[in-house]
Design a protein around this ligand. Sequence first.
Ligand SMILES: *Cc1c(COP(=O)(O)O)cnc(C)c1O
Length: 377
Amino acid sequence: MTGGVPILDLKRQYRGIREEIREAVERVFESQAFILGAEVRAFEEHVERYLEKGVAVGCASGTDAILLALMALDVGPGDEVLTTPYSFFATASCIVRAGAKPVFADIDPSTYNIDLEDAAAKITPGTKAFLPVHLFGQMVPLERIAPLCRERGVAIVEDAAQAFGSWRRIDEEIVRAGVLGDVGCYSFFPTKNLGAAGDAGMVVALDPARGERLKKLRVHGAGTTYIHEEVGLNSRLDAIQAAVLDVKLRHLEEWNAERRIIADRYRMFFNMKKLEGVVKLPVELEGNHHIYHQYVIRVPRRDELMAYLEKRGLSTRVYYPLSLHLQRCFAFLGYRPGDFPESERLSEESLALPIFGGLSPEEQERLVDAAGDFYGG
Ligand SMILES: *Cc1c(COP(=O)(O)O)cnc(C)c1O
């Protein structure tokens, strides 16, 4: 069989849940209750049960989730927030939006996540929060730095936008991404592994009092209607999105398991083609349950390979082509090329392959075969 392979095809997953989604959306329309209310509360409760910890607060996007988390920790002007230069833009932009200064540490070249030794070395008396990203669906082993953060008074905000449902075994305990630190942030952007039918996000606070504060911050900082205790945002989770997400949450374990099966198949095909020496496959850290929000490999001559595949209708993507410390809008921070060599090297070598519900073994094999042809296999 020949033909193209898309980077993502959400229609395949939707076909299996079409009736459930239609019923849920219809229910919201019949109720005509679109802002907060029962649908949002039900989804939040189901997330709390799923995570087994924390107070869940639905909001308008993953970006707002990070901003709300920083606001709830009183991060502002004069504060430093330690984070990774290898992530989606919002991770760092929210720090700037909150009025604080992003401070970067380099990444671990095998997991692509922040290097905890470098991060520990960059904690200063001005560090108010640590903002690690569980990139591509794999958790940062936060228990290794949490005691130091606690000792130095540094709050931990997890950017779990790509890792809903991912977990890590820590001393016999299973801990899900987003509930290891003080506040966890999730995105339900349609392409995420738990995706809404538009923009949506969630913040989860471990401390119930902070959870209550977040519920005020998402409605203009109001405790009672029209009585404002502080200046917040207008950032609520839409009731229609909550209804859609509640349906999808019921299928999430099965969908995340499918992603792991797809990842195993890529490994098998790359090994069959004897490409292990050329292509670096994702590494799953001991104790981690990676959910492969993205399947990202490292390859030589990346741009050439990408063009070669694209010509054959095989779609790939680069997450991310430019490290955050080199973005023009952050030039005022004074970073230069060479400051984070691992992050910069990864942005030249990383390649995301298609991974989504319904991706077939034949499609995966076609892609790996073409990569083998490119490298002269
Ligand atoms: C998607 C994403 C965000 C932002 O989420 P939105 O819902 O698109 O605002 C933040 N951080 C990371 C790592 C992401 O992948």
